[in-house]
Design a protein around this ligand. Structure first.
Ligand code: FAD
Ligand code: 2HG
Ligand code: ZN
Length: 470
């Protein structure tokens, strides 16, 4: 249970009774929408990383906003705590109970409401799975303005709630810029309609932004409108080997300059991470062993230009001795294979043992120093220390593994790592959010005044703190 490892403050909430369950069955009008079977509940109570496990006694699967509103109103009157759950791929223990919260899943709220092919907008319910949306939009030559390795399970509502970054943020920017409208149900059941499909709307405070990245602490997203991007006609991917991190930075800045609007992803991995992917997943690295690897994706409207630009780019880098070697993948199978090396890192690290995960923003001038620093600090206490991530966004993922959870190792890492990040004005959570695991480190990235303002907003929207606290 989460309570075994973490210090959990359970508020003075009511516990769900049989009468409550009967009420939920009544309003959801389907037996399969109210799950109380202990076996079935294990999955919904355990997070993707299997480090947080609560004891939520009931899983509710409403189909529409009205049902969500009724549940929230009832839980407010009864003083029952609630946790919203999407695809359950979150990495900070946010989408599962940590004590005995009611679990409200959006898995049955999975209808596409409208795709406007002229303006390129999508309106849908929050439980649509990202991959399914991508497949559906493909034939109309649209893509969502973000993408991530969890696409097969994560929900668009979960993506908004975590303000997921992912692999294309370098081109399309964050969800704060692409989301056009949100409908949310507040903790007391009020339906807050901030739906719009307009690109521009400066009528006062932009309240929908509060729900992007607030991880279910302020309400439940029940509808989403998002601006789509045009599907590029051409796509090529390069995998590049570099001798040192200075060269990685040079590759990134040259890619911005030379590939310009064709640059659609810029990711990196160090050699430790690549070796975990090769050893645990048996994937093949197509370039010679290097200290670092950079994945550059170019995409746009001209097939001819896309490949030529990427090849020219590599040639220039090799001539100027910035890189040792690079390969270009230009057919869908090869492209998938190269992306798998990067997208399956999380899975490879999980195979290595228990993983202490850090998802940080840092200025590029000190970006990788933290990994070197942790290596000298931790020495043989850790099994592997690897750095990788979205270098194009200044976002580093540090994964530190050991055979099994090790309190002493944790103490050697934390709060040292957060102090390090605070010193360089980075972020202790670049894209995964605070959830339950990271929220206690907020002060390393938020000023007192900013945190107090957040608390004021929380007090206004969820005064009884029946949703996850901040
Ligand atoms: P869940 O895990 O179910 O929930 C996440 C949080 O949102 C919880 O706090 C939950 O309570 C809340 N929530 C869910 N739905 C709602 C709703 N409708 N209303 C209000 N609150 C809600 N993240 C990145 O940013 N970039 C990546 O590249 C990336 N890659 C990943 C790759 C893998 C293989 C995995 C497993 C995860 C990855 N993630 C990444 C983590 C990322 O946060 C999630 O994958 C995703 O955004 C969460 O969506 P979900 O539907 O699974 O949400
Ligand atoms: C990714 O970019 C995800 O693959 C997971 O954000 C990062 O290992 C991690 O923590
Ligand atoms: Zn990431």
């Amino acid at each position: 249970l989460a309570s075994n490892r973490y210090d959990i403050q359970r508020g003075n909430f009511a516990k769900a009774t049989q009468q409550d369950i009967n009420y939920f069955k009544d309003i959801l009008s389907s037996q399969s929408a109210v799950i109380t079977d202990a076996e079935e509940l294990i999955g919904s109570n355990t997070d993707w990383l299997r480090v947080v496990r609560g004891s939520g006694p009931v899983l509710l699967k409403p189909e529409n906003t009205e049902q969500v509103s009724k549940i929230m109103q009832y839980c407010n009157n009864r003083n029952l705590a609630v946790v919203p759950q999407g695809g359950k791929t979150g990495l900070v223990g946010g989408g599962v109970p940590v004590f005995d919260e009611i679990i409200l899943s959006t898995s049955r709220m999975n209808n596409v409401i409208d795709v406007d092919k002229i303006s390129g907008t999508l309106v849908c319910q929050p439980g649509c799975i990202l991959q399914e949306l991508e497949d559906r939009l493909d034939s109309d030559n649209f893509i969502l303005p973000y993408d991530l390795g969890a696409r097969g399970s994560c929900h668009i509502g979960g993506n908004l709630s975590t303000n997921a970054g992912g692999i294309r943020l370098v081109r399309y920017g964050s969800l704060h810029g692409s989301v056009l409208g949100v409908e949310a149900v507040l903790a007391d059941g009020t339906v807050l309609d901030c739906m719009s499909t307009c690109r521009k709307d400066n009528t006062g405070y932009d309240l929908k932004q509060l729900f992007i990245g607030s991880e279910g602490t302020l309400g439940i997203i029940t509808k989403v409108a998002i601006a789509l991007a045009q599907k590029p006609r051409a796509q090529c991917v390069a995998l590049i080997g570099c001798n040192n991190f200075e060269n990685v930075k040079q590759v990134f800045s040259s890619a911005r300059k030379d590939l310009c609007e064709y640059l659609s992803a810029c990711e990196f991995m160090d050699s430790k991470i690549m070796s975990l992917v090769e050893n645990h997943l048996k994937l093949t690295n197509p370039v010679q062993t290097s200290s670092f690897y950079v994945l550059i994706e170019a995409s746009g409207s001209s097939e001819q230009y896309c490949k030529t630009a990427l090849l020219d780019f590599l040639e220039t880098l090799i001539e100027s001795k910035v890189i040792k070697e690079g390969i270009v993948a230009d057919n869908s199978v090869q492209i998938k294979d190269v992306w798998a090396l990067r997208e399956r890192v999380l899975e490879a690290c999980q195979h290595d043992g228990y993983v202490f995960k850090y998802d940080v923003s840092l200025p590029l001038r000190v970006f990788y120093n933290i990994v070197d620093d942790l290596r000298s600090r931790l020495g043989s206490q850790a099994k592997s220390i690897g750095g990788y991530g979205h270098i194009g966004d200044g976002n580093l993922h540090i994964n530190i593994t050991c055979e099994e959870y090790n309190k002493q190792l944790e103490k050697a890492i934390e709060p040292y790592i957060f102090e390090w990040i605070g010193k360089y004005k980075g972020s202790v959570s670049a894209e995964h959010g605070m959830g339950f695991i990271k929220r206690k480190y907020m002060n390393y990235s938020k000023s007192e005044a900013a945190y107090n303002t957040m608390k004021g907003i929380k007090q206004l929207l969820d005064p009884k703190r029946r949703m996850m606290d901040i």
